[in-house]
Design a protein around this ligand. Structure first.
Ligand code: HEM
Length: 370
């Protein structure tokens, strides 16, 4: 009697598909490829320099982490967002800690990503030049996953810089552009967060919150103006500028919470509300979520900045392999691309705890026992 074939069981290498993963470090041999050849099945070439292995693996490691970041942020977006027929008006209290953990995980990944530039920097710039031309016109600029991550987070098209007068995705392949434009119609993390914030039932706890906060902030601005009025170190012009700035702050605070689109105003009010009473039990997790999102924004921007510094050190001010002005382009994206900019703007209006308007009834935000 012949023995039944044994059912395959996982081994370390089959479960992790290591054979596939570890056989993808030699580049396709483009010199041997004819038009229409698929790069995935093309013959490979040997490494052009010892450090090309480092260059490839560092990029691949980033791409793997990008994939996990997108996986995590999609879940956070879904936990917060309204989706189709299953739209919910409230996010369950269990889901907020889940969302916080998701964003915290992403923030930790960004810490690792920041460290990885150092590994790239162990390559000598002259060594890179030995194989750089073989890569042209490929560039991180074409990273589909990076673009997906930006869109998922909420980097909207109107914020983006054109690339030499062409849309940012013009160097991608047709199927990649299609995927990006499909994503552009989907709910983003930022939209889900703003929607969740705008549903905060402030009126049940403190109906006059926005007006009272504006009053308190205007009082603070007047005091700031008086402080500058008596500042002996300023010239008359500097003094006037500082006083005008304090008055303008009071006006911008008013616009921020009461002067624009109703839903955005409500989200802005909620952000200030949660930040003001963050010590109260029911607001602790919402407050932690907002803090982790701000940290994510900071991590993303520092990532761009740190990449630009590595590039500057590696190739100076040369044109990128993708054809952009190189470091100058990267510095622009790192200073201009703010996804959660209007939440950061709320930091202009933070008040010291003793100045925050007193809640009519703190117990409404206390622990509740069923
Ligand atoms: C020696 C190493 C590297 C150099 C010299 C370099 C250089 C550049 C340059 C000059 C650009 C601007 C576009 C262009 O004209 O090509 C760029 C964009 C980019 N690179 Fe790198 N890069 C390096 C490594 C990496 C790595 C390891 C990653 C990780 C995936 C990466 C991700 C990106 C991304 C996502 C962009 C687009 C940024 C944006 O549009 O804001 N780069 N890179």
């Amino acid at each position: 009697m012949s023995a039944e074939p044994t059912k395959p069981v996982p081994s370390y290498s089959t479960y992790l598909q290591l054979q596939r993963l570890l056989s993808a470090q030699l580049p396709p041999d483009y010199a041997q490829m004819t038009p229409g050849t698929d790069a995935a099945t093309a013959p490979v070439r040997s490494l052009a320099h010892h450090d090309e292995m480092l260059f490839i693996i560092v990029h691949q490691a980033y791409e793997l982490w990008f994939s996990l970041v997108t996986h995590e942020l999609s879940r956070v977006r879904d936990l917060l967002g309204r989706r189709g027929a299953a739209a919910r008006d409230t996010v369950s209290e269990d889901d907020i800690p889940r969302a916080v953990n998701g964003v915290r995980r992403v923030n930790e990944i960004f810490q690792v990503l920041m460290q990885q530039w150092r590994i790239m920097e162990t390559m000598n710039p002259a060594s890179f030049l030995e194989f750089r031309d073989l890569i042209t016109p490929a560039s991180g600029f074409q990273s589909l996953q990076f673009r997906q991550l930006e869109i998922l987070a909420g980097l909207s098209g109107n914020l983006r810089m054109d690339f030499e007068g062409r849309p940012y995705a013009s160097n991608l392949e047709g199927w990649e552009r299609k995927r990006l434009s499909a994503m552009e119609g989907e709910l983003t993390l930022k939209a889900a967060l703003m929607d969740w914030l705008s549903r905060t039932p402030i009126e049940k706890v403190f109906p006059q919150f926005a007006e009272k906060y504006c009053e308190a902030f205007a009082g603070y601005c007047n005091e700031q103006a008086a402080l500058q009025q008596n500042n002996p170190n300023l010239s008359d012009a500097q003094r006037q500028r500082a006083i005008d700035a304090a008055r303008e702050q009071a006006a911008s605070m008013h616009t921020y919470v009461l002067g624009g689109d109703a839903s955005r105003n409500r989200a802005h009010q909620a952000f200030l509300f949660i930040a003001s009473y963050r010590h109260l039990p029911l607001l602790r997790w919402p407050s932690a979520l907002l803090d982790t999102i701000i940290e994510f924004e900071q991590g993303f921007r520092l990532f761009r900045f740190r990449h630009a510094r590595m590039v500057e050190r590696m190739i100076g001010a040369r044109t990128g392999t993708g054809g952009s002005p190189g470091v100058a382009y990267l510095d622009n994206t790192s200073s201009q691309y703010k996804i959660f900019g209007d939440l950061l703007e709320a930091r202009n209006f933070t008040l010291a705890t003793q100045r925050v308007p007193k809640l009519p009834d703190e117990s409404l935000l206390g622990f509740r026992f069923a």
